[in-house]
Design a protein around this ligand. Sequence first.
Ligand code: PGA
Length: 257
Amino acid sequence: MKKKRPIVIANWKMNPGTLQAARKLFDGIKKRVTKIQGVDVVIAPPAVFLPDIRTRYRGSKIALGVQNIGSQSGGAYTGEVSGEMVRSAGATYAIIGHSERRAMGETNDLVSQKTRLAIQAGLTPIVCVGERERSGEGAYLEIIQGQINAIAKGLSPKEAHELIIAYEPVWAIGKKAEDAMRPHELYETVLFIRKTLMAHVGKDTAFMIPIVYGGSVEAGNIHALSKEGNVNGFLVGHASLNPDEFLRIVEAVELLV
Ligand code: PGA
């Protein structure tokens, strides 16, 4: 089986405020990132900007994603957008179960359902897990285990191969580089996630599933996190809104290839 390339995913969240600003941001990233080799780059803008951004870029170096999909494949669900819809508008990846969505009420069951819907729609799901806090007694491991169990339970080997896990400890999101997780803690947590996956999908598949880290990834901590963190890539929030900083992150990941 061919090993997957490292991946860097830009999660723009509910930014920027207008289509014009989204075009400018995308063009800035495109200009810098298309010289990168050996790293998969995914931009996940707000879904409404997706078709426009797609028409600005026909190359293959940048893939597009969405930050969520609806919980059904279609029908009378006012305000929802299905995986199939975003796939047909140019997305090939979908972030699922981000902690900011879990905070709005998404449960492990719903995240599992959306993961399957994404795969059925032909999207690669980037499924987020992570504890809200780290207590001394290791209760956070149970939280992560429960989240992984819900996602991986009953996935066929073919479905499991589509999966990307994004480990994002909630306490480390949206801060500064120095508040991100320490590389050695990340290393241990990634091993724990692989062990948990193994119980569902077997060893070979568990080692094929990319695990990326998210939570205050910036140019200032990317070298240590990518060298020692044992991850296959990064999910980048606020630093992906700055094309120069985002490029520095992608370049640091490229050095590891
Ligand atoms: P951050 O966000 O890089 O701003 O911490 C990451 C995320 O929430 O996906």
